[in-house]
Ligand binder design. Structure first.
Ligand code: ZN
Length: 243
């Protein structure tokens, strides 16, 4: 008998990690979530996490039984080290390395290391994250090569057998919408449109066809473009082979 498959989703309440949560619930028998408080500019991001979890449980009863506890880890000390536009009220710009100044050096490495320590304690094997190479943000710690190296380091350093799963790694933002539709149909698409939060500015007033947000910050721009491309393509579901 194989043991039940147990996963931990790095869950920010954003579009990508909300899709990752659905992907994990579709796939694993027990799924817990972890969020990181690193002094984000806006509390709305943290608040939407619980909304997405609750809405997913209510809309998808077969997933509700698989959804385990949520964990929030305090990484404010790390946030203070990597102070950038993400945590300070500074303009968005591109640094001399060609990286947006929203890049917090090593952030995903730290998140995954904390997640792995938690997963060790909770008996969770699969670490699921929304990292993606396709959106050209250029974050070096979102690359699959980086994550392969980190997975090896974590497994050696913790005497573990973790697998870092990145279901969005090779998908465009439009294809991420397609994945949502293939996992949970229009109900999941609407849930993610309405409840996931992407906007760097914490704007949740007007509901646009692509969701809530200012529509102008880099995160909103990416979200709007991806949604528009998906609509232009006829809102297709993802082909089963890509799941
Ligand atoms: Zn925005």
């Amino acid at each position: 008998m194989s043991e039940p498959s147990r996963a931990l989703v790095l869950f920010s309440g954003g579009q990508d990690s909300s899709v990752c949560l659905a992907w994990a619930l579709d796939r694993y028998e027990h799924v817990e979530t972890v969020g990181f408080d690193y002094g984000q500019r806006h509390a709305v991001e943290m608040a939407q996490r619980e909304v997405v979890r609750t809405q997913i449980s209510e809309a998808f009863p077969n997933w509700a039984g698989r959804l385990g506890p949520d964990h929030v880890l305090d990484l404010r000390g790390f946030g203070a080290v990597g102070e950038t536009a993400m945590t300070q009220d500074r303009a968005f710009e591109v640094t001399e390395k060609g990286l947006p100044n929203t890049f917090v050096p090593g952030r995903n490495l730290v998140f995954l290391t904390y997640a792995a320590a938690l997963a060790d304690r909770r008996g969770l094997k699969f670490l699921v994250g929304g990292m993606c190479e396709t959106d050209f943000s250029g974050y070096p710690d979102c690359r699959r090569d980086t994550l392969d190296a980190l997975q090896s380091a974590l497994n050696m350093g913790m005497a573990q057998d973790f697998a870092i799963e990145t279901p969005l790694m090779w998908l465009t933002k439009a294809e991420t919408w397609s994945l949502s539709k293939s996992l949970g149909g229009e109900a999941l698409v609407e849930l993610i449109l309405e409840d996931s939060h992407t906007c760097y500015k914490g704007e949740r007033g007007t509901r646009h066809d692509w969701g809530h947000g200012c529509g102008a910050c880099p995160a909103c721009e990416l979200r709007v473009r991806g949604y528009d491309q998906w609509v232009a393509a006829g809102r297709p579901a993802l082909e089963a082979r890509m799941r």
